[in-house]
Design a protein around this ligand. Structure first.
Ligand code: PLP
Length: 404
């Protein structure tokens, strides 16, 4: 059982007011709020431990290096990776996918080779591959969704052929909340010798994720969506793949030796970490993941599911409200529209009541097109949200409906 009022006291921002009303923050899929321990870790590191890592012989540099590498081990354990060499620090999910798209296509793809995505992908898992279409001549195959906005796995299976080089798929959709059956997808892919990249931007903070059990080849996520700092993300890759991939960015730290005749590259994970990394952000992210682990991902998943069920039932009492994404396997995201009311108007009016939701296409325009809408209103819940806040959302929507 989670002690929600105790948890809320760890997040000072939740007790602030907007427009003179208590903040109801339901935009957690965009970014999560930060517990005190994360902010305090950043402060502590700048005040006591700030020195550039890896290259220094002095005390502070060595301590900062130790903290950065300890954070890598925390992340390794959090996602159940075999080795900390498989954890690459990036700026976020977007950079992690760009890294793989660039390095993977350069090494393994020739014109006509195919990458499989799905209709529900975030633009971050579409556009990097489109950039590679132009560079490497690859083709994209897109798996469609059924009426509940679930990925049609049979269609995915049909799209695999001898030209398929990789499947890159979201674990959880940011716009719908649909949880994809990634275990099944990976099983099918591996039976065909195709590696799989999992976009876990919307899953690692909600569900237990173990990359060895899942057996994915790559997995990516962002720190800021998991109660950690912005500008900090992770790329996990099996060592056998990362070893074969060429570097993405060039610069300091990723090299073994440099001359104008020949430059050689560093070992994993440093080969993919050019330049000074966010060595403060890494410890802050590790602190955030420790905070989640202390609450327990099973407890979080159970409580957030309760919020999802409660909110779904309450929202469906509103006449004319339609929920987009009705899979029984959902995380705590609800996308909806209310008859005739533009999502932007709904979002603006809810905001004036202190309720923060997201409106628009949620960086998933192909999905919106498939649903024949130009956007939705999205309420996304975290473990610090409460049923009382959901009641405020429902009352707020009813008020907007009465205005129209
Ligand atoms: N993938 C998914 C499923 C997301 O929800 C997001 C962000 O909303 C991203 C990728 C991109 O994450 P970031 O902007 O942190 O790089």
């Amino acid at each position: 059982m989670l002690d929600i009022s105790k948890i809320r006291s760890d997040f000072p921002i939740l007790s602030r007011q907007v427009y003179g009303k208590p903040l109801v923050y339901l935009d957690n899929a965009a970014t999560t709020q930060k517990p005190k321990c994360v902010v305090e870790k950043i402060e502590e590191m700048y005040y006591t431990l700030n020195a550039n890592i890896h290259r220094g012989v002095h005390f502070l540099s060595q301590q900062a290096t130790d903290a950065h590498e300890a954070a890598r081990v925390t992340i390794q354990k959090y996602i159940g990776a075999k080795s900390s060499n498989e954890i690459i620090f990036t700026r976020g999910t977007t950079e992690s996918i760009n890294l793989i798209a660039s390095s993977f296509c350069r090494e393994f793809c020739k014109p006509g080779d195919e990458i499989i995505l799905s209709t529900m992908e975030h633009h971050s898992n579409i556009v990097p591959w489109q950039l590679q279409q132009e560079i490497s001549g690859i083709k994209l195959q897109v798996v469609p969704l059924n009426d509940r906005m679930e990925l049609i796995i049979d269609e995915l299976e049909k799209k695999i052929n001898s030209r398929t080089k990789l499947i890159s798929i979201a674990h959880v959709s940011n716009a719908l909340g649909t949880i994809n059956d990634v275990n099944r997808i990976i099983e099918i892919a591996h039976a065909n010798n195709v590696p799989v990249l999992i976009d876990a931007a919307q899953s690692v903070q909600h569900l237990p994720v173990n990359v060895q059990k899942m057996d994915c080849d790559f997995l990516v996520f962002s720190g800021h969506k998991a109660y950690g700092p912005t500008g900090m993300g992770v790329l996990y890759g099996k060592e056998k793949w990362l070893d074969k991939l060429p570097p993405y960015h060039g610069g300091g730290e990723m090299i073994a030796s440099v001359s104008f005749e020949k430059t050689t590259f560093n070992v994993l994970p440093f080969k993919f970490e050019a330049g000074t990394p966010d060595f403060i952000g890494s410890s802050a992210l590790a602190t955030a993941l420790d905070y989640i682990s202390d609450l327990g991902l099973d407890n979080i998943a159970k409580y957030e599911h309760e919020l999802l069920e409660y909110a779904t039932n309450q929202l469906l009492t509103i006449e004319g409200l339609k929920i987009y994404g009705t899979s029984p396997q959902k995380s705590s995201v609800i996308s909806f529209l209310v008859n005739g009311i533009h999502h932007y108007d709904m979002g603006m009016l809810l905001d004036k009541m202190g309720i923060a939701v997201r409106t628009g296409h949620h960086c998933a325009q192909p999905l919106m097109e498939a649903m024949h809408v130009d956007g939705t209103v999205r309420a996304s819940f975290a473990f610090y949200n409460t049923k009382e806040e959901i009641d405020k959302l429902v009352a707020g929507i009813n008020r907007v409906v009465s205005m129209f």
